[in-house]
Design a protein around this ligand. Structure first.
Ligand code: KIV
Length: 272
C-alpha cells in the first residue's frame, strides 16, 4: 500500500519526488507571515512558497519588480518560524540573480542563512541556467518557474496566457528539460495551455506545479490572498475561491466600529 505523504514529519525534496512517483498531488500555497504560515502548516499544506507576489498582496505594488532581497528575507524568516512540516521555498526577487551567477549565489546563500528556508525559486530557463548551476553547486535546492514569469512583465507587456503558439511552446519544452538537466528539484508552470503543461509533466522526472496550467500536472499553487477572497478585483479563470474572507473581514470591522460608536464595546465582562 502506498502511504500518503501526510504521514511525513517534514516535507523534503525527496518526499516531493516520491509524491510525483506515487501520483500523489502536491498542494502548495503562498504565505508571507507567521500567523498564516502556522495555519497552512497545521492544515497540512505540502509546500509554502514565500512568493515575490508579496510585492502585490502585501505591499500594494502593481508588479513584483520592486520587492527587495531584505524584504523577502523578513517575510521568509517569519514563515519559517511558524512551520514544522511544510517545505518552504523562497522566491529570489528581481535583480538578485539575472545575468550574474555570482550575485545569484550570494543572494541564495543570504536567503538560506538568514531565513532557514528549504529552497529558492527563480524565473526563467536558458538565460538563468548559469545562475541555477552556481546556486546548486552550494547545495541549495532550486525550483524553476516557466510560462508567465511576472518578473518579465515589461518584456511580455501583459499577463495573458503564454506559449499558445508553437514556437513559444517549443521553447518552453526545451527550457523545462534544461531545468531538469541542470538539477532543479521541481518547477512551476504559470498560465500556459493545459495540454502543454501536461506534456511537460509527463516528459520530465521532477515535480511540475501548475498555476493556471490545468490539472494534469503534479501539483497546484495559488496565491493565498487570492484563494481566500482577500484580494479584491483579481478573478482570473484559473482561480477557485475557497473563502470570502475579504467580505468577512469588512463585516467584522463594520460590526466593531458600530459597537465602539454605540458604546456597546467593551461591556462589563470585557474590562478589569
Ligand atoms: O510569487 C508567487 O506567488 C509565485 C506563484 C504565483 C507561483 O511565483
Amino acid at each position: 500500500m502506498a502511504y500518503l505523504q501526510t504521514d511525513v514529519t517534514k516535507v523534503t525534496t525527496r518526499v516531493l519526488q516520491n509524491m510525483k512517483h506515487n501520483g500523489e498531488k502536491i498542494a502548495m500555497l503562498t504565505a508571507y507571515d507567521y500567523s498564516m504560515a502556522a495555519l497552512l502548516d497545521s492544515a497540512g499544506i505540502d509546500v509554502i512558497l514565500v512568493g515575490d507576489s508579496a510585492a502585490n498582496v502585501m505591499q500594494g505594488h502593481k508588479t513584483t519588480l520592486p520587492i527587495t532581497l531584505d524584504e523577502m528575507i523578513v517575510y521568509a524568516s517569519s514563515v519559517v518560524r511558524a512551520v514544522k512540516r511544510a517545505f518552504v521555498v523562497v522566491d529570489m526577487p528581481f535583480g538578485t540573480y539575472q545575468g550574474n551567477s555570482k550575485l545569484a549565489l550570494a543572494s541564495a546563500i543570504r536567503i538560506m542563512k538568514e531565513t532557514g528556508a528549504d529552497a529558492v525559486k527563480l524565473e526563467g530557463g536558458e538565460e538563468v541556467q548559469e545562475s541555477i548551476s552556481r546556486i546548486l553547486s552550494a547545495g541549495i535546492p532550486v525550483m524553476g518557474h516557466l510560462g508567465l514569469t511576472p518578473q518579465s512583465i515589461n518584456k511580455f507587456g501583459s499577463y495573458a496566457v503564454r506559449a499558445t503558439g508553437s514556437e513559444e511552446a517549443e521553447q518552453l519544452l526545451h527550457n523545462a528539460h534544461l531545468l531538469e538537466q541542470t538539477g532543479c528539484f521541481a518547477m512551476v508552470l504559470e498560465k500556459i495551455p493545459a495540454r502543454l503543461a501536461s506534456q511537460v509533466a509527463q516528459e520530465v522526472s521532477i515535480p511540475v506545479i501548475g498555476i493556471g496550467a490545468g490539472g494534469d500536472v503534479d501539483g497546484q499553487v495559488l496565491v493565498l490572498q487570492d484563494m481566500l477572497g482577500i484580494t479584491q478585483q483579481f478573478k482570473p479563470r484559473f482561480l477557485r475561491l475557497y473563502a470570502t474572507l475579504g467580505e468577512s473581514v469588512c463585516h467584522a470591522v463594520q460590526q466593531y466600529i458600530g459597537d465602539v460608536k454605540n458604546k456597546d464595546f467593551p461591556n462589563d465582562q470585557e474590562q478589569y
